[in-house]
Design a protein around this ligand. Sequence first.
Ligand SMILES: Cc1cc2nc3c(=O)[nH]c(=O)nc-3n(C[C@H](O)[C@H](O)[C@H](O)COP(=O)(O)O)c2cc1C
Length: 359
Amino acid sequence: MSETLLSPVTLGSIELANRVVMAPMTRSRATAEGDVTDLMVEYYQQRASAGLIISEGIYPSENGKGYCRTPGLVTAAQVAGWKRVTDAVHDRGGQIVAQIMHCGRVTHTDNQAAGAETVAPSAITATGDMFTDTAGLQPFSEPRALRLDEIPSVVAEFGAATERAFAAGFDGVELHGTSGYLPAQFLSTGTNHRTDEYGGSVANRIRFIVEVLDAMVAVDGPGRVGMRICPNNPYNDLHDDDPVETFSTLLSSVADLSLAYLHVIRLYDTPDGPAIDNFDLARRNVDWPLVLNDGFEPDTAEAMLGSGSGAAVSFGRHFISNPDLVERIAAGAPLEPFNHKVLYTRGADGYTTYPTMDG
Ligand SMILES: Cc1cc2nc3c(=O)[nH]c(=O)nc-3n(C[C@H](O)[C@H](O)[C@H](O)COP(=O)(O)O)c2cc1C
């Protein structure tokens, strides 16, 4: 079994030993200042037999930080911290991409550094709460609408973070383009009420992401740049009137960039099944390798790849509790469940404490 899942594949200029990708997962084990901890080095090294690890969301600027104890790629100390992670993964023969995640309005100021601001395309506060270490759950902070003249500097933050990611030894970068964060806020009609060239028509709403991808690709070409999307994702109070039109326009506009990969979430666990076939939408608009995600088991992933639907499959939750997921798939061994209660807590418990098959 799993002949395809365990076979090598190339995404852009990143060569994977197998097609089992670790999906990006925020785990809140960084310091309050966004520095990498020893635990994080150990956690990623434990999972280095993945064909590719995609890191947890990393903020590219202080304004981009949303969640407590999430890591940044802003300071020299953060670059040095991530270098320890990438070295540890490379020492085991693995590869790791940095997911660049600017949270925009999905934040609370208590989670941000002094002087940082909550910014968004429009001054529309997200409905919902954000966990803070200071006072537990608090309503999302009210964002300030970005001025037209400052958008180029926000775009440039993604290019600068890409440079720092490569300086830190990452094998690539992935733009987080979904889940209600800043790029998705620009894209979607519910969060973008701008009347300038970054809002209104779909051609205007895609402009921010197109410029961000250009900035990321400008650093070292497209071969080490990927993007993550999930059309129709309602997460973090996101709404778009016509996700098929929005994403078809976005993808066809950037298709010529020939990125290393497109990482697509299919929204598997919805009550009536997904309203849109996101894999199909992706395939119709770009010919880049697809990394498929959401709700896969080893056998369903194998069947999906066997049908030629994608280049690789990413697993999130299974990688939390099965650091040796690749070896388990190869052996046909059972997978361990994970403990929900310690997903975002401090310390090793439920983070680096899951054993391999051999104990
Ligand atoms: C604890 C946790 C944290 C997550 N953090 C991120 C994140 O930082 N960036 C992101 O793009 N997706 C994030 N996700 C979503 C996962 O990457 C993935 O899409 C999701 O778990 C579905 O895949 P699965 O069914 O294989 O678990 C997170 C998921 C979990 C469970």
